[in-house]
Write a protein that binds this ligand. Structure first.
Ligand SMILES: *[C@@H]1O[C@H](CO)[C@@H](O)[C@H](O)[C@H]1NC(C)=O
Ligand SMILES: *[C@@H]1O[C@H](CO)[C@@H](O)[C@H](O)[C@H]1NC(C)=O
Ligand SMILES: *[C@@H]1O[C@H](CO)[C@@H](O)[C@H](O)[C@H]1NC(C)=O
Ligand SMILES: *[C@@H]1O[C@H](CO)[C@@H](O)[C@H](O)[C@H]1NC(C)=O
Ligand SMILES: *[C@@H]1O[C@H](CO)[C@@H](O)[C@H](O)[C@H]1NC(C)=O
Length: 501
């Protein structure tokens, strides 16, 4: 073996990923950039029609070398907020990540690829030599509003994640509404950069405001649906279908956060997969779980804006939560949601919507309603991944991503002799907000055993009639449809399993 298996030990993930990206790009270039008949699917690179090409001064396409330089630049963009995520990740975590997400790589590994064995170590034992490049297609839908501050981080993360999933497998759709800062200008720059490396992106901006809508939720649903418009356009015009949707608010995930959500979503063939989001609670003096307007446990009970051990009322869920294990829920959103697109494509054509108030439906969030509609459509496999913790600001971000401390420093003395410390039993990983590089356990790989939905779900309506900026109707236990309580509401209907795991 040319390089020692542990060549990457101790390096920061971004560096290693950047390296991987560099090498992947070499392979990618040869597959993507020959200007052949397969190109027209690539809208942003769309070859001008013949007639234009025959004009006297044809558009000069950049050379591969020129594109490579732009690509290197883009994937080495340093995020401002999220750069700490994987700083000093422990070597074992890094190995686990490389192994865990290798099957998501969207580029074909050369049969005796030296880059592959050097990155993923002794691959023979895993049979990874046969790894087939994944052609699973991802649709990223993002809503932005006055997001100037986070756009550089967002794109730095997107470029890296797309380099792993395969640029040709990723489509980014951004819908921006009525920003009053320089968001639009910054988006134009990133739009151009993204296109320059051949990644597909649609950015639509609007000055539309709530004005025309009577109902608060109706407006929010329209803003979300607007980010999905290209999904339907691509199906209609190019017959292109996506396999997974990644829906993001203006939030700052780490690269491995996104990969883990995608991994769990596909591993479990989940309809909807969400993270856990946190907000600072002044009275408690600590971050608490945030999105309790949408999140409901599998008994239909709301999650609480409370510390760790009191977030879930459902006992089994609470125990799993405290062990950072994936949990089946009735509904959740929490900043990022990975969606199975199938219910968008096939009848009854799920979309974001407001409640059917005239039919007596409780006026819940458009995100709760889409969860209910997934159940109704037979895609009730909804889950939350507590390992992935998201923050909306720097303060909470820093608290929930503490640096890993050295055990010698924690103990206060150096141990003489004995066995080395086992990184799998590090007490910091049992803490509520432990280090980001918590090692994966076997249990985190076990598929969830999904059960049918609850008969009643706690609903807090928001009619938006008054000025209250939040739910304004007395909460009720809303009766769920009979369909969502049947076993076939949680059957696997669209198999998105990752091969080779
Ligand atoms: C734009 O949409 C967001 C929700 O995505 C909303 O919070 C914001 O108020 C909207 N902006 C305007 C100007 O209406
Ligand atoms: C752990 O911390 C101690 C004291 O702060 C230091 O001497 C030692 O080199 C550190 N070990 C590692 C592996 O960083
Ligand atoms: C489970 O749901 C029922 C309503 O269907 C509710 O009365 C009960 O309190 C819930 N149990 C827990 C532990 O949340
Ligand atoms: C739902 O189930 C209940 C009890 O099994 C039944 O009485 C009711 O008619 C059903 N509703 C619908 C819409 O099928
Ligand atoms: C999904 O497909 C894989 C093969 O691609 C197969 O092994 C697996 O059993 C399928 N899962 C279900 C639930 O059908």
């Amino acid at each position: 073996m040319g390089k020692p298996a542990g060549a990457f030990r101790g390096r920061r993930i971004p560096t290693a990923l950047a390296l991987a990206i560099g090498v992947l790009f070499g392979i990618l270039v040869s597959r993507i950039f020959p200007w052949t008949a397969t190109m027209p699917a690539w809208r942003s690179n769309h070859i001008p029609p013949k007639s234009h090409q025959q004009s006297r001064q044809p558009i000069q396409l950049p050379t591969l070398e020129q594109r490579r330089r732009v690509m290197t630049l883009l994937t080495s963009l340093t995020p401002h907020y999220t750069k700490e995520c994987t700083r000093n990740a422990q070597p074992l975590y890094f190995q686990q990540v490389a192994d865990r997400y290798a099957p998501l790589i969207g580029h074909k590994a050369p049969s005796s690829g030296s880059w592959f064995s050097s990155l993923f170590g002794d691959d023979d034992s895993h049979g990874r030599r046969d790894l087939i490049a994944s052609d699973h297609k991802y649709f990223f839908a993002i809503n932005l509003y006055n997001s100037f501050d986070i756009i550089p981080d967002l794109f730095a993360t997107l470029f890296r994640v797309a380099a792993i999933l395969g640029y040709h497998n990723v489509f980014v759709s951004i819908y921006e509404n009525g920003s009053t800062d320089q968001t639009k200008a910054l988006l134009r720059i990133f739009d151009a950069l993204t296109r320059s490396v051949g990644m597909r992106i649609t950015i639509r901006t609007s000055m539309r405001t709530r004005g025309a809508f009577n109902h608060r939720i109706e407006y929010l649903a329209e803003v979300r649906n607007a980010a999905f418009v290209p999904l339907h356009e691509l199906r209609d015009s190019e017959n292109e279908y996506f396999d997974t949707i990644v829906f993001m608010n203006d939030i700052l995930p780490c690269i491995d956060d996104l990969l883990e959500l995608i991994y769990q979503s596909r591993r479990n063939n989940a309809g909807i997969t969400c993270a856990a989001d946190y907000m600072y609670h002044e009275e408690i003096g600590s971050p608490v779980f945030y999105d309790n307007w949408v999140a409901r446990d599998i008994n239909g009970t709301a999650l609480e804006n409370a510390p760790f051990e009191r977030i879930f009322h459902h006992q089994d869920s609470s125990q799993r939560f405290q062990r950072h294990l994936p949990i089946q829920v009735q509904s959740c959103w929490n900043g990022i949601a990975i969606l199975d697109p199938a219910p968008f494509y096939s009848p009854p054509h799920v979309r974001f919507r407001m409640a059917r108030i005239t039919e007596g439906e409780c006026s819940a969030s458009e995100c709760s309603l889409i969860c209910n509609d997934y159940w109704e459509a037979g895609y009730g496999r909804i889950m939350m991944v507590p390992r992935v913790k998201l923050a909306y600001d720097r303060k909470v971000y820093d608290i929930i991503h503490p640096a890993r401390r050295n055990l010698t420093a924690i103990r206060g003395y150096a141990r003489m002799g004995g066995l080395p410390d086992d990184p799998r039993t590090d007490p910091q990983d049992r803490a509520w907000f432990g280090p980001h590089d918590r090692l994966f356990t076997e249990e985190e790989n076990e598929p969830l055993n999904f059960v049918p939905g609850p008969s009643h779900v706690w609903c807090w309506g928001w009619d938006g009639a008054g000025d209250l900026d939040g739910p304004d109707v007395d909460p009720i236990w809303e009766h769920m449809s009979n369909k969502s309580m049947r076993a076939d509401a949680v059957l696997v209907r669209h198999n998105r399993t990752i091969p080779n795991i």
